[in-house]
Design a protein around this ligand. Sequence first.
Ligand SMILES: [Mg+2]
Length: 276
Amino acid sequence: MTKLIAVTSALYLLSASSIAIAETSKPTHDNLNSTLWYQTSAEFRANSIQTYRQAEFMLPTLLTDKKATALTNQTANYADLPPAIIVDIDETILDNSPSAAHEIKFNHGFDAKNWDRWVSLKQAKAVPGAVKFVNMAQQQGVKVLFISNRECKPRDQKSSCPQKDDTIANLKLVGIKQVDSNQVWLKSEQADWTSEKESRRILAANKFRVIMLMGDDFGDFLPNVKKNITPAQRLELVDKHEMYWGTRWFMLTNPTYGSWETILEQPKTKYLQSYE
Ligand SMILES: [Mg+2]
C-alpha cells in the first residue's frame, strides 16, 4: 500500500539530479486524496461502471413488474403510469471533479461564484457508465428525470435560470441523446423546490411509475437525511432499506462532498473510530 505523505511544501530544484523538499506547516487541502481518487483511480471508474451495469440488468424486471416502484411513498394507482427513472446530475451523471481540483490548486473552499462559473463553462465530463445507461433506458421508453440541486440564479436580466440551459447543453455535450427542459428540474426553479428533493419526487410520482433512483447523496433517495440527523441514524436508514440497494436504488461514490460530511459537527475527529 502506498503511504501518502502530505507534502504541501515547495520544491526547490538544487541541481539536475537533486531535489530537496522543504516542508512547511501548511496543511494539505483536505480534498486532495478524494479528488485524486475520483480523477485517477481505476477503482473509481470500475465502481461507477459496475453500478450502472447493475442498473441495466435490473431494468427489464422493473419494466415488466407493474407493481415495482422505487419510491417508498408511491403506494396507489401507479401501475399503469408510464415508467420513469430519477437521476441526480452532479457526481451521478456529470463529473465536476475539475471544480474540486480548482479548489485545491488555488487553495479555496467551495463558493457559489466559482461553482456558477464552472456550470457556465459546460465542460463537465460524464461519470463512467452514465451516458450509455441513460440512452439505453430512454431508448426503451423510460422517461429520465434529472432532479438536481444546481440552483437557478439569474446572472443578468436575460434568463431566470441560465444554469438550466447550461446544464442541458452540458448533458447533450457528454452524449445524452434526449434531454429537454421538461426533464431537468433544478433547485429554486419553483418555489417549493428546495435542496430537499422530496417535493420533486412526489411531483414525479403523480405522473410516472418511478422505477429507479440514482444519486451520489443519501438525500437523492430519502427525505430528511441531510440535516438534524446523526451518522448513526443515517446508517440505520440505509440498513432499513436494504432491499432497495442495487435493485431500485443505485448509489454512485462521491468522497469529495455531500450531506455525509455536512451533517458532521466539529471537530470531525470525534467521529473517528480508532483503537486504544
Ligand atoms: Mg449529486
